[in-house]
Design a protein around this ligand. Structure first.
Ligand code: PGA
Length: 250
């Protein structure tokens, strides 16, 4: 275990209702009783729970984020949509954009770019997801895909913006599979080089997501270039989430 500062982003996806709120009590207790540990925890519940989470997390160090947003910066006639201004007004500081589950629903790189710009304008920090599918990996397109997702997604985005990039290989989300250590560290380094050297972004953090759980976290922590984790399934269990935190931060 190293002394590195790490981000832990709990992506609840389309799970949870008001009665699930109680389930985070132990996590709140853990965070409160470990004030010196070097990590930031960000809960991203569904929109329907943002306000309740905000109230519950108010006096804690835990931050709040949403799982997506509409690309319009201002309010407008878009039935069923939620934009970053609304999310910000509920006390959230972060928003996940470009998650592969939304890309599979039709979001392309240029729409994702509009969402990123609009969220930053409304003063949210962005958790920007990139990653290759299994078929792209098989035909060795990973780097090409990552470069395209990064360069289009970050087009015209100010280089000092608050962005965390989540590298999430699509084939590893919800499958229990994680990349081999060498592949993962090379892909993280590739993303870092593209974003920092080529696109000239400053202070960008790169985290990993895809089947992170208490059993594989110690191995993942050996890759020092990873600044944290986007955790789906395991983050809905306080026990698993606390276990992951315990094994990761000093
Ligand atoms: P998982 O999801 O941890 O359940 O694989 C990660 C994600 O989709 O963000």
């Amino acid at each position: 275990m190293t002394n590195k500062f790490r981000y832990f982003i709990a992506n609840w996806k389309m799970f949870g209702n008001l009665s699930s709120l109680k389930s985070i009590d132990n996590v709140i207790k853990y965070v409160k009783s470990n004030p010196k540990k070097k990590f930031k925890l960000i809960y991203c519940p569904p929109y329907t729970l943002l306000q309740s989470f905000h109230i519950k997390l108010k006096k804690t160090k835990i931050n709040l984020g949403a799982q997506n947003c509409h690309e319009e910066t201002n309010y407008g006639p878009f039935t069923g949509k939620i934009n970053s201004k609304m999310i910000k007004s509920l006390g959230a500081k972060y928003v996940i954009i470009g998650h592969s589950e939304n890309r599979q629903d039709g979001e392309n790189d240029s729409l994702i770019n509009k969402k990123i710009i609009s969220a930053l304008k409304n003063k949210l920090s962005v958790i920007f997801c990139v990653g290759e599918t299994l078929s792209q990996k098989r035909i060795k397109l990973t780097r090409k895909i990552l470069m395209k997702q990064l360069s289009v997604g970050l087009k015209n985005v100010p280089i000092n913006s608050n962005i965390i990039i989540a590298y999430e290989p699509v084939w590893s989300i919800g499958t229990g599979l994680i990349p081999k250590k060498l592949d993962l560290s090379q892909n993280i380094d590739f993303i870092k080089a593209q974003v920092k050297k080529k696109l000239k972004f400053k202070n960008i953090k790169i985290i990993y997501g895809g089947s992170v759980n208490p059993n594989n976290i110690a191995g993942l922590n050996l890759i020092d270039s990873i600044d944290g984790y986007l955790i789906g399934g395991a983050s809905q269990s306080s026990k698993k989430l606390i276990d992951i935190l315990r094994k990761s931060v000093i």
